[in-house]
Design a protein around this ligand. Structure first.
Ligand SMILES: Cc1cc2nc3c(=O)[nH]c(=O)nc-3n(C[C@H](O)[C@H](O)[C@H](O)COP(=O)(O)OP(=O)(O)OC[C@H]3O[C@@H](n4cnc5c(N)ncnc54)[C@H](O)[C@@H]3O)c2cc1C
Length: 509
């Protein structure tokens, strides 16, 4: 039985046809079910793919079920397309700024928006074989296309078949939360599920939500040619991040001409000819904002509906998703969850590493704990903000005293030479102990730099020790070692200094 020919990724061009042929092949035949599976995996985003591949590699009989596109959000409508267009947006920004580096272009650099989007679609299709149904079938996984729901304590139904399992994993991810703004649905709006299908750049684009998704796309579209208005309900963008870090990004946005509407409470939206009008209240005043398109990026909702969770004793919450314990086990001990559907950390690498944990716990009696993971993340604005561990406010809330070490990139030769000195590295160290509790980096490539700190934290290497690691000169990563030097200087107590002075005096005779 051919299962589906209805999945269409727009625009219907050769790149998207290649993508779909990999991640939802129109002529796919669901296999004949095995009598019983070690593991049923529902959802083939990062969490589901990693669980299925890992478990099959260890010899388990695994079924992977996907109702839409294998690869999930990350490949199709998340990380991959967003980072592709962010790369193009950096190229045009650099071209416009080239004069600062003494490079003159004969004519102003221009964006070819359809070409930017086509490049993204081509690269997404190029990457897609890795997540393809064909590859997973070759790995020994039974791939089913269709919507899964639990039918009983040890059965799942999909595409007219009933599959028996010993263990199941819910990896159904999340979707854009409905902004619940009167008139918005009627006026029409984009989300991350539709914005990457654009082939023309909206002249005036309003983005609702100043979190990571809203901010990354706001800067990318502003650079690619839209006049972006960013509406955020709170007083600062990226308000979960370190405030100094978020302020640098906010200032960059203002410099680049993004219109920021902070503390904005959107009251309604109306269609206006080909465009839309947003009504919002800010600082007690009612304002209107005429735009051509609206992109909603305000929060994520877990995909828990339609799974029949109550019937199998799996508790869930409309905001938090599937409820799990520290071993990622749901309230039904045979059923686990991984990725966005159950985590506050909505990142691809979090989905990946929770999947690895689930394999061990579900199939091999493991007791691996979510709380043991050292989880970094990065927001890919320019500059980027990367973070790992505790923020200062987390430490305060937990009653932990910290010493904070900051190195501004204005003091780091390579950042100055690169013209990228708007940023810093900040470490929080447990007071009185050489233990890194958390760190934030604001830099053009902060995401590439944070892993050194993650390694240090995971391996319990202190900041003092980082000072003894030789970093090539000149690199921006030297800022990390320099924080280590600053830490070590604080270890130079008056007593140690006195003894060193005496030793040197004795040496002089
Ligand atoms: C615009 C954007 C940019 C992002 N950028 C980054 C980034 O740069 N770095 C990063 O780490 N993270 C990023 N993320 C987050 C990242 O995409 C997610 O954290 C990741 O995709 C979560 O993977 P998952 O497997 O948990 O869920 P998903 O990728 O959502 O996969 C879940 C899958 O389950 C399927 N499914 C749902 N219900 C059923 C059912 N009943 N039956 C069968 N199948 C079902 C869905 O169709 C989907 O394919 C971004 C997200 C967005 C929206």
């Amino acid at each position: 039985m051919s299962v589906s020919d209805t999945v269409l990724v727009r625009p219907a061009d050769a790149h998207n046809a290649r993508l779909v042929s990999n991640v939802h092949p129109p002529d796919w035949q669901n296999p004949t079910p095995a009598p019983c599976y070690n593991l049923v995996v529902i959802g083939a985003g990062t969490a589901g793919l990693v669980t299925a591949a890992g478990a099959a590699g260890l010899g388990a009989k695994v079924v992977l079920i996907e109702k839409n596109l294998l690869g999930g959000d990350c490949l199709n409508v998340g990380c991959v397309p967003s980072k592709a267009i962010i790369r193009s947006s950096r190229a045009i920004f650099d071209a416009r700024e080239a004069g600062r580096l003494g490079v003159r272009l004969d004519a102003p650099a221009k964006v070819d928006f359809p070409a930017v989007m086509e490049r993204m679609r081509k690269l997404r299709a190029d990457i897609s074989p890795h997540d393809s149904a064909q590859r997973f079938a070759k790995l020994g996984v039974d791939v089913f296309l269709g919507e899964a729901r639990f039918a009983g304590p040890d059965t799942v139904q999909v595409a007219g078949q009933t599959l028996r399992f010993k263990r199941a994993v819910i990896a159904t991810g999340a979707r854009p939360a409905d902004p619940l703004i009167p008139g918005l649905a009627d006026a029409g709006y984009l989300t991350n599920e539709t914005v990457f299908s654009l082939t023309q750049c909206p002249a005036r684009l309003a983005i609702i939500g100043g979190g990571p998704i809203g901010c990354e796309l706001a800067q990318a579209f502003q650079r690619l040619g839209s006049q972006v208005s960013l509406l955020h309900k709170n007083a600062h963008l990226l308000d979960r991040e370190d405030m100094d870090a978020a302020a640098l990004v906010q200032n960059a946005f203002i410099r680049e001409g993004i219109a920021l509407h902070l503390n904005a409470n959107i009251t309604r939206v109306e269609r206006n000819g080909d465009g839309k009008i947003i009504w919002y209240k800010a600082q007690g005043k009612e304002e209107t904002l005429p735009v051509d398109e609206i992109l909603a990026g305000a929060g994520r909702a877990p995909n828990i509906e339609g799974l029949n969770l109550e019937a199998v004793g799996v508790q869930s919450d409309p905001r938090k998703g599937v409820l799990v314990n520290d071993c990622l086990q749901t309230t039904n001990p045979r059923i686990y969850a991984a990725g966005d559907v159950c985590l506050a950390w909505k990142f691809t690498h979090a989905a990946d590493f929770t999947a690895r944990l689930v394999i061990q716990n579900a199939l091999f009696l493991g007791r691996k704990k979510l709380s043991s993971l050292t989880m970094p993340w990065c927001t890919y604005t320019d500059p980027e903000i990367a973070h790992v561990g505790l923020y200062e406010r987390d430490a305060r809330e937990r009653g932990i005293e910290v010493d904070t070490y900051v190195r501004e990139f204005k003091e780091v030769d390579r950042a100055v030479l690169d013209g990228e000195d708007d940023g810093f590295v900040k470490f929080h160290v447990r007071k009185g102990r050489d233990e890194i509790l958390g760190a934030t980096i604001v830099a053009r490539h902060a995401g590439e730099m944070i892993s050194e700190i993650s390694v240090a934290m995971a391996a319990r290497i202190g900041l003092g020790k980082l000072a003894s690691v030789i970093h090539p000169y000149p690199t921006q990563a030297e800022a990390l070692r320099q924080c280590g030097d600053a830490y070590n200087r604080t270890r130079l107590t008056p007593t140690v200094k006195k003894w060193m002075g005496r030793w040197l005096a004795w040496q002089r005779g």
